[in-house]
Ligand binder design. Structure first.
Ligand SMILES: [Zn+2]
Ligand SMILES: [Zn+2]
Length: 476
């Protein structure tokens, strides 16, 4: 009914209920068709990059590896989501021609397309001719969750001998990752082969019972603490009953935890409790001052002086003119200086560059350090320019310019943070973590397991650094 009409000028208040439902369907179809157009466009960009940029060997450009980067900065979306879009586009082209056509016409949305891609990736090709039309027919009259259930049932029925192949393919998708949510919490998420997951679960349970019955923590809380204890090197839960020598489990002490696995930037006056400015947890984003002070109790400190005259190359002060120490650069940058990248500085490498006034280092994660090195060597058509220490400019191949600032410095020296609305500087601001959304609503690709292995290094956290550039875990 509204086919071809401009949805933005419809008068919803004047419509009947039937008219509204009709408009809803039309709008959903239009947004599905638009999603399809995005997937096909980015897939085509990837095809061109692949054709143009193959240069195997160390120091060369891996075919197509920065197509996602270009699309990501243009759309202001993360590179992992773009990699997933390319992956879906390739899958539709490779083995799902009917699904591709339905998606292009807006008759099936991206959520259902993902279900179909995911459930047909390890199915024998001769079964697909029967399976795909059935899935599409069902997709038209059910939700993505029910479609997934139906798909699993039919795959098992139509391709029973493929069960082992599907399991082996699925094991390739094993993964553990975290994502920041609000209030200084993060979701720790993963997909493991069942025996491995069970091993972790049983170990956490065993550790949860290392404390006495008077420990005030619930079992879920103990499991969570046990997981961190596994990682920090202490290897066991310390009882929190507070009974000291009378605790029956008190005498068993674990190893001391390894400390600086995390880095936090905190202003000196906030550390001393004179102010409540937020601190910066590298890889996460802002945390509140009280939490930062608790973490600081066991911390190793590095003092980062504020170099007020550093912007003035003619300054007399020798401290202001001396180049920044590596640890200062890491603390001031806080995280990778590529637009939108949230890789923490400790996991990144320092790249030297010539600024207007002097040589200056910036922090880049291994993936974007690769991009910078390749662009310095004129192997990819990107350009970088350090206008001043706080403005690192990236020029994309299309000519679009993106600038990043020193994120860590905003937290260390809050009085210099000119982007903060007036009045927020003195109080804990309403800041959100750098990577706070559980999913990007416009690009719902989180958790998509890549079918095409060549795309698996595009998300910055998934880049495997060259041996020469592997950063030290604990930069001194
Ligand atoms: Zn106890
Ligand atoms: Zn990066």
């Amino acid at each position: 009914m509204f086919e071809g009409s401009d949805l933005s000028v419809l008068d919803f208040q004047a419509m009947s209920d039937e008219g509204l439902i009709d408009a809803l369907r039309t709008a959903h179809g239009a947004s599905a068709a638009a999603q399809a157009a995005e997937v096909f466009a980015v897939r085509e960009l990837y095809r061109r990059h692949r054709a143009a940029s193959a240069e195997p060997g160390p120091g060369g450009v891996r075919a197509g590896e920065f197509a996602a980067t270009e699309a990501a900065v243009a759309l202001q979306v993360d590179e992992g989501s773009v990699a997933a879009m390319i992956d879906v586009g390739l899958a539709l082209e490779d083995w799902l021609p009917r699904t591709r056509a339905e998606f292009a016409a807006g008759r099936i949305d991206v959520a259902k397309v993902r279900v179909i891609v995911d459930n047909t990736r390890a199915v024998a090709r001769d079964v697909l001719g029967e399976l795909e039309p059935r899935l599409l027919e069902t997709a038209g009259r059910t939700t993505p969750v029910r479609l997934r259930q139906a798909a699993r049932r039919w795959v098992a029925r139509l391709d029973p001998v493929g069960a082992q192949r599907r399991r082996e393919r699925r094991q390739d998708d094993r993964d553990v990752r975290i994502r920041a949510v609000q209030d200084s919490m993060a979701v720790f998420d993963g997909v493991l082969p069942a025996p491995g997951a069970q091993t972790v679960a049983m170990r956490l349970r065993e550790m949860s019972l290392q404390v006495c019955a008077a420990d005030p923590r619930t079992m879920p809380q103990r499991r969570a603490d046990a997981l961190v204890a596994l990682a920090d090197g202490s290897g066991r839960l310390r009882c929190a009953c507070g009974r000291g020598a009378r605790c029956p489990k008190g005498e068993v002490a674990g190893a001391a935890p390894r400390r600086p696995l995390i880095q936090i930037g905190i202003p000196a006056d906030t550390l001393l409790g004179m102010r409540e400015a937020p601190a910066f947890l590298a890889g996460y984003g802002p945390i509140d001052a009280a939490l930062a002070r608790i973490l600081a109790e066991d911390a190793r400190f590095q003092v980062i002086p504020e170099r007020s005259a550093a912007d003035d190359p003619a300054a007399d002060d020798p401290v202001a003119r001396s180049p920044l120490l590596d640890r200062e650069v890491r603390a001031l940058d806080g995280m990778c200086r590529f637009p939108g990248c949230t890789m923490p500085a400790a996991e990144s490498v320092l790249a030297q560059r010539q600024s207007a006034s002097r040589a200056e280092a910036t922090v880049l994660c291994p993936r974007h350090h690769r991009l910078k090195t390749l662009s310095d060597n004129r192997k990819v058509p990107w350009e970088t320019w350090l206008a001043d220490p706080d403005r690192l400019q990236w020029t994309a191949p299309t000519g679009d310019i993106h600038t990043t600032a020193r994120e860590g410095a905003r937290y260390l020296f809050p009085h210099k943070d000119i982007d903060v609305p007036a009045g927020l500087n003195e109080n804990p601001p309403q800041t959100e973590p750098a990577i706070d959304l559980p999913d990007d609503l416009a690009y719902p690709f989180r958790g998509h397991a890549l079918v095409n292995r060549q795309l698996c290094r595009i998300a910055p956290e998934d880049e495997i650094p060259d041996d020469a550039t592997t950063p030290a875990i604990n930069p001194a």
